[in-house]
Design a protein around this ligand. Sequence first.
Ligand SMILES: Nc1ncnc2c1ncn2[C@@H]1O[C@H](COP(=O)(O)OP(=O)(O)OP(=O)(O)O)[C@@H](O)[C@H]1O
Length: 552
Amino acid sequence: MDSLTENSDIKEEPDVKRMKIETPTVGEGFTILKAFNSVDKKSKVKRVLPRWLTTPQIISVNLQNLETKVSDLKQLDKSIRRLLIANGVISLFPVQAEVIPWLIESNRQSDVMFPRDICVSAPTGSGKTLAFVLPVIQILKKHKVKKIRALVILPTQDLARQVFAAFKTYSEGTTIDICLITGQHSFEVEQKQIRSKNEAFGYLTKVDVLVCTAGRLVDHLKLTEGLDLEFLEFLIIDEADRVLESVQNDWLYHLEKHISPDGSSRTLNQFTLQKKRPPQKLLFSATLSQDPEKLQQLSLFQPKLFTSIVDSADDPTVKPEEVNSDKFIGKYTTPNELTERYIETSIDLKPLVLFKFIKQEELRKTLVFTHSVESAHRLTILLKTMFGKERVVQEISSQLQPKSRVALINEFSEGTLDILISTDSLARGIDLPGVQCVINYSAPKYLKSYIHRAGRTARAGVQGLAVTFLHTSQLPKFKSLLKQADKHNVEEIKISEEDLEPLGEQYRKSLNELKAVVDKEEKLDLQKIKSAKRSKPKFKRKKADRVGKKAV
Ligand SMILES: Nc1ncnc2c1ncn2[C@@H]1O[C@H](COP(=O)(O)OP(=O)(O)OP(=O)(O)O)[C@@H](O)[C@H]1O
């Protein structure tokens, strides 16, 4: 569970209650062995972490001086290198330079030993997607027979679509087929995309890579006859901490049951060694849980951790064993290019302060996060009224149809939309190019939400600004939140009441307009409820008739 103290289980002392214990009275000359006095002795209990967690492969967060040129990375096939360059990727980002060769090499040796599972924790926008897309494509290219060999699980439809697009781009010129199953199409359509039925051979798989959301995957695991995961080589979980938190349809249980009905992939022994190798698990996130208990549910095989560290001087000669694990266990890193600020404001003036801030900073591509759909809706109406034609403002939430969400995301990415007001549904993983500023209009409750929201800007080595709006009472909590990420110097941007004074009249008018719109919407909603109620008695009568007949 996310919480302000979400990492406390990793490094904090246990909650030893201060108990006052009477010293037993004994005759002189006797020493009491292990006399218990918890008031005096409160020893620190330091958790012993498994070695793989304390000796990670360290990933630099420096996206400015890139050392690995795509053209020099001989482990990658020429065709993929060509595609990268054609798509503007000239050098590899650090996470790619570390993970791609390692995965390719571990696969090369997979006949001799099962490849190790990996956990990758690197900042938002640091290029984690290509770190798994490219090696998976390269490794799967060799197969002639169509089988599902890679399963990629993501927390949302939008993210699944994005990863699907990356697989499509980099599988160009190969025979690899990729399928997206998120519930955006009907169940039958998705079933037909996954497999076909042949009179002579039964079900035949039509795809190599299945990109899906956890919930939709379970539906298919339960209902799609012929969905065959026997040949799975990769199980990739992107935004892994989020996916693992999701209990959606008990996805992990169903998946494990499907991959190995007898549970044999859980442990490695003589019996399992004779069997096909279990899929290699690749976990990615900017806020990956490094809590062994949480990761244990995945039964990782000899896992290896790739992680960035906080406060790193980015010294390439630094050895993993020399880095204090406090620098990465339970810590999340953010991009070097991210500038963070906060603005203190009263609740009443918050929308006006937002308006003023956007104007004074001449912000365009700006993403504003609110805590609820309703708040996003009202803020959108208000800003639309205040900005008029000066800025194009729109709202987005998980309540919209996928098509409308796609359209809004595209418009914002292309720059035809200036301000997009969103709930947390857009906080994770979504790659919106060139977001100038992220505004936490509602303060995020958890460090993870803060990191992911802020991470929609300052991506791929480009500068970005994240500003959090706070009421005075929220300030201490926000500062302690930032402390968890070793952020001690986030500065304030001051907007004084004098600055706001000239906008007062316009603000009052806009608030009145907002009230009129909201009243109108509420009336419409009420009418809808009333007409729904009016049509209800028909059903009731029918039911009553039935009951009556039954009684007779
Ligand atoms: N080597 C590279 N050179 C230039 N751009 C790159 C490179 N690798 C990735 N990118 C671009 O960087 C952006 C961020 O990449 P990506 O979405 O994979 O980040 P991420 O680490 O998965 O972020 P998040 O944690 O927010 O999901 C994308 O637009 C991607 O196309």
